[in-house]
Write a protein that binds this ligand. Structure first.
Ligand SMILES: Cc1cc2nc3c(=O)[nH]c(=O)nc-3n(C[C@H](O)[C@H](O)[C@H](O)COP(=O)(O)OP(=O)(O)OC[C@H]3O[C@@H](n4cnc5c(N)ncnc54)[C@H](O)[C@@H]3O)c2cc1C
Length: 410
């Protein structure tokens, strides 16, 4: 076993840090007033200010030119083809060194499966690849992932958006909810029922369509602000007689469910990496503060209760980091997707981040609650990540089902 950071990955991380320090941070500083004041950052309807979107577009394009934006895309799509281990470590580094930045997360590197050269696009027909991939890879155009609906979240087999064949086109009708970034996206990977009988048996019947969001019949109705924000990334979409040509089916007809799950699995590891990095940042803050803040004539770090809290954070982070690394290694070195392990990593890392931020806030006392240090923002984020990409309960369900089917391997 070799636990060293691969040299190539270390070089990539150094390169990204250099890029962020040279290109992104100066742009953020120039626009600090807009970016770090939510009343300016969001419009009244919860969308980001167009100037913010323009800044994000600039960073995406610069990152694409530098090769970072596309590094996890498949080589056939013009991406760098880097695997889950690199994705985990790069996301960890970003979470650790640049938490709570407005032009970094989901911008320097796109959100793992919902944007950029996502693996879902591997199934596009060649003529559509020729037409769309360059724009997506350059960061000029963006995507969203339209699966969840008002009555179907955890149980995605329950989606109701229906696609009916009409000549050489499919006509889609339905409602989607919680779709991230749809209000800015140029294209949507939209999931609809094409064969209700297969869907009822949970054996297929759901198809993934590549959709231009400017088409008549694709409407972003509203933004859902979440966790104390004045705006948000999640949206509600109505699909109203949206006509999509047959060739816009991604992959096989009726086989969209596997596509959705494969995409989401990739995202789960990237998200876990960010949680691990961000938790390390919070622990570092707590350690530093504990050494300077005095109570009862001693620094906090001299009180055993505080030492225990710091140690609990380290236990959590070390466990999370190593299980995620092991899982990434399993994905890269096995022909079978380690579904049980991916679920363990997603559930553990997101929950771990919440515990670490909770202790870090507690160690900071009142200061921990102020919105100046970034700890309360991280805490809100930690609470949020336990829901998308599979809730903690659904991951426990997946783990238990694997165990009960006889998979007791570790
Ligand atoms: C910020 C955000 C961004 C998102 N982005 C996207 C996106 O871009 N695209 C997209 O398609 N979706 C997106 N989602 C949707 C997300 O995937 C769903 O919210 C998630 O799958 C949970 O579905 P739900 O909210 O309908 O909860 P429900 O499925 O209604 O579950 C409610 C509660 O019941 C629990 N529960 C459900 N079934 C079981 C069970 N069998 N056993 C035990 N407990 C159970 C759940 O864990 C949860 O606690 C996003 C969600 C959020 C919050």
């Amino acid at each position: 076993m070799d636990f060293n950071m691969p040299e190539e990955t270390q070089e990539i991380i150094n390169g990204i840090k250099q890029f962020i320090n040279k290109v992104v941070i100066p742009l953020e500083e120039e626009n600090r007033d807009l970016l770090y004041n939510e009343r300016k950052y969001y419009l009244e309807d919860g969308r980001r200010h167009p100037k913010v979107e323009e800044l994000r577009r600039i960073v995406r394009k610069e990152s694409a030119k530098a090769g970072f934006y596309t590094m996890f895309g498949a080589e056939e799509l013009g991406g760098g083809g880097f695997g889950p281990l690199t994705a985990l470590l790069v996301n960890e580094a970003i979470g650790k060194h640049y938490p709570h930045r407005k032009l970094i997360e989901h911008v320097v590197i796109p959100s793992p499966f919902t944007n950029g050269l996502t693996p879902v696009l591997n199934g596009l027909k060649q003529e559509l690849k020729d037409k769309y991939i360059e724009g997506i890879g350059s960061g000029e155009k963006t995507l969203c992932f339209g699966l969840t609906e008002p009555d179907a979240g955890s149980d995605v087999w329950g989606i109701k958006t229906r696609a009916v064949k009409d000549g050489n086109e499919w006509v889609l009708n339905g409602t989607k909810q919680w779709i991230s970034h749809a209000h800015y996206a140029d294209y949507c990977m939209l999931f609809a029922v094409t064969n209700p009988e297969l869907q009822a048996k949970r054996k297929g019947g759901i198809t993934c369509f590549f959709v231009e969001t400017k088409l008549e019949g694709f409407n972003v109705d509203s933004v859902i602000p979440v966790m104390g924000s004045l705006g948000g990334d999640a949206t509600i979409i109505s699909i109203d007689n949206l006509r999509i040509p047959e060739e816009n089916i991604i992959g096989e007809l009726d086989q969209g469910f596997g596509k959705a799950m494969n995409g989401i699995n990739n995202g789960r590891l990237g998200m876990s990496g960010k949680c691990i990095g961000s938790a390390q940042w919070a622990l570092q803050k707590a350690v530093e503060y504990s050494k300077i803040r005095k109570t009862f004539g001693k620094t906090l770090s001299e009180h055993q209760t505080i030492q225990n809290m710091l140690a609990e954070c380290a236990l959590d982070i070390y466990a999370a980091r190593n299980m995620a690394l092991n899982c990434a290694w399993k994905i890269e070195n096995s022909t079978k997707t380690p579904t049980k392990e991916i679920s363990m990593v997603k559930a553990f890392c997101t929950e771990m981040m919440g515990r670490v931020y909770d202790r870090a806030i507690q160690i900071h006392g009142g200061m921990g609650l102020s919105n100046e240090l970034g700890l309360e923002e991280g805490y809100r984020n930690a609470r949020l990540v336990r829901i998308p990409d599979g809730t903690s309960e659904i991951h426990r369900r997946t783990i238990a089902r694997s165990l009960l089917k006889g998979d007791l391997s570790f």
